[in-house]
Design a protein around this ligand. Structure first.
Ligand code: PEP
Length: 253
């Protein structure tokens, strides 16, 4: 049975005080209001990980994620963070290949393949992001592009390894724009990605992988998107910065 997930990517927002307040509010609201068996993942900036970990440690529902990692274990990589460092502060999930990393930091599928494997080797769960830009969708090439991203970054993994990956389909045109993919567009892509995985591995493996939707998810649209059979939750940016909105999204299952 695949897991239902509501993950909040804070990106480069909030100082430590703001992060403490948000994490505390989310833990309280989720504990009181979210009865279903879902994983709520908070993904703050690196500087807030230890503090957020201490605030969520009493909750069985709320987990900790990081927004990125470096692929090397240690060494002369000024400004970077290793997986062992993330593990040592209680991180369980690592976002790999967010479109902002692809766009602004030149991360390509080959690098993301290496990073994904390293996250798994460290015993952590990658949240692997894929998604097309607007011009690709307008050209009718969105299925092809997402297939290519998944194949090039994930298909070097064994069946056991890919079973542990969480995938986030995040159409770039919907991230931070207020424009959400329709629930049908999300379902079409999620079903397609699951089919691509089934073809390479097998149906059972594909059916066990959680595929999240990301792109302007809000309390008003989460329930409709999450109701689709191949959508297993959301990777939420902007709306995860408000405890009320993020909790309401988590209640959308
Ligand atoms: C994201 O950054 O992963 C994201 C989906 O952002 P937003 O929800 O703000 O569109």
């Amino acid at each position: 049975m695949r897991r239902k997930i509501a993950a909040g990517n804070w990106k480069m927002n909030l100082d430590l005080e703001g992060g403490k307040q948000l994490a505390s509010e989310v833990v309280n609201m989720v504990t009181d209001e979210v009865s279903k068996d879902i994983d709520v993942i908070l993904i703050p900036p690196f500087t807030h990980l230890t503090t957020v970990k201490s605030l969520i440690s009493g909750s069985s529902k709320v987990k900790l994620g990081a927004q990125n990692c470096h692929e090397e274990a240690s060494g002369a990589y000024t400004g970077e963070i290793s997986l062992e460092m993330l593990k040592s502060v209680g991180v369980e999930y690592v976002v790999i290949g967010h479109s902002e990393r692809r766009e602004y930091f030149g991360e390509d599928n080959a690098l993301l393949a290496v990073k994904t494997k390293k996250v798994l080797d460290a015993g952590l769960t990658p949240i692997f992001c894929c998604g097309e830009k607007l011009e690709v969708r307008e050209a009718g090439k969105h299925l092809e592009l997402n297939k290519e991203q998944v194949e090039e970054a994930l298909f070097g993994l064994s069946k056991e390894e890919i079973s542990k990956v969480v995938i986030a389909y995040e159409p770039v045109w919907a991230i931070g724009t207020g424009v959400t993919a329709s629930s049908d567009q999300a379902q079409e892509m999620h079903q397609y990605i699951r089919g691509v995985i089934a073809e390479k591995y097998d149906q059972e493996t594909a059916d066990g992988i959680s595929i999240l939707y990301g792109g302007s998810v809000k309390p008003g649209n989460a329930a409709e998107i999450f109701a689709k059979p191949d959508v297993d939750g959301g990777l939420v940016g902007g709306a995860s910065l408000k405890s009320r909105d993020f909790t309401d999204i988590a209640k959308g299952f």
